[in-house]
Structures are given as structure tokens and as C-alpha cells.
Design a protein around this ligand. Sequence first.
Ligand SMILES: [Zn+2]
Length: 264
Amino acid sequence: MFSDAHLHILDTVKKLEIEKTEQEDSGYFVEPCVDKIFMSDVSFCASAARHEVFEEQEELCQKFAKNFILSFGIHPQKPVEDELAYLEKLIQEKRIKAIGECGFDLFNDEFKALEAEQKKIWNEQAEFAVKYSLPMVIHCRKALPLLFNEIEKLKRMPAVIFHGWAGSLVEANSFLKKGVNAYFCIGKGLLRGQKAQIQVAEKMELSRLLTETDAPYMCLKEQKFSLPVDIKLINSELAKTRHIHTTDEFYSKIYENFKRAYFL
Ligand SMILES: [Zn+2]
């Protein structure tokens, strides 16, 4: 069993639908791709940031997927408060296994201008994660110092899953040393040859590693978008990076991490 700790199923399907209308004759559309999105040997956590996306995604997964869990979180790039009540409703109805993706994004000036709002939304969601004892899926770009300021809260969460981890091995280990039950996702960065991802993929304690596609986002240069099926490529590249030859056993270990991180 493979595991994809973070992706967006509905957005992926939407991308394929756009592709379909653009290339009507090519025969490249959703139906033939269903087996590249919903695979019986992949367990995944699909994330949404808006209630209408969550509802549609939940329905899609129930219809086509066998092994899935859902998460919901207000994204730092769009830190709006009007989804907070919906998030709490989902928690109370036990429809999500994690909160997120949420966190901080100071990647460019547009997002930097939202720092105060990001902090406010972060605080609210962090409180939920602690109060309801749910894992948190973190999105963090150019903002690790802000997260290090949040150590006390992170320590009180059952698990913290760093999606798109772009920090160093030292930074990753420092969360663990400070007592955060942290997991680090390896994704397309590894395929792109991103230095920090390679280092973490190579040296991080195996029990702390997860794999993700973040489909349809996080793609390679030649791709317009990525597909969930790419998780298999990421897993095999990760095995190669760690010089593992018994790959099936290795993928199972990553899947065990996935189950542990999300308390499944
Ligand atoms: Zn994402």
C-alpha cells in the first residue's frame, strides 16, 4: 500500500476537466484517468479549504475511493474567518481526520501583507487542533521562525504533519527535539532535486517520513499539473535515495507512518 499524506482530489479532477475541454479530440479526459486518481493501492488524505470544495470532494471520494481520509483547513494564502464555524462543524461531525492545510505563507509581498490575518486564523485553528485533539497539516513557506514561535501549541497537538517540507534536516530535527510529534512529507521536491528535500529524504529517521503529491499542485517543469499516481514515483525515488532494495516492505513502512500520523 502506498500513502499520499496530502493532495487535492477535486482540484485535480477540475484540472482534468479543463484539459478535456481544451483537447476534446485527444481523448484525454477524466474517465480514462480515474485509475490515476483513485487507486486501490493508495491511501490518501484529501484536503479542502472552502466548504463547497469539501462537500464535493467528500462525495467524489465516497463514490470512487476505497482508502481515504479528509482534512479541512483555512489556507494562509486566503486567511478568511468565515469558514471557521464550518471547520468546527466538520470536527464535531467527525468528518475530518486532520485540520489543514494551515500555517504561514510569507513567500511574496502579496502574502506578506496578510501576516496579521494569517496569525489570527492560525491561532483559531491551532486551538481547535488542541481542543479536539486532531493532527494538524502544516503549510509553511518562508515562515519557519513563525512556527518555531508556536512550539508550545505544536507540542500539545497529537501530530503535526509538515506538507511541502522545505526546511533543512537540522530544522526538522529541532521540532522533534523540542517535543513536537512531527512528520515530514517528501514530494515533488525530491524529484526536482531540491537540496533540502534530498537531505531530509536521505537522513531523516524513517519513522518520521511521509510521502505526498499535493496533486494537482507541486508539479515538475514539464507538467501542467500533477496526478495522484505520481505518488508511486515519489515512493520509488525515496527508496532509491535511501538505498533500499526491498521496496514493497519500505512502502509499507511509509504507510504505517501515515496511519500513525493520522491516528487511523
Ligand atoms: Zn496542498
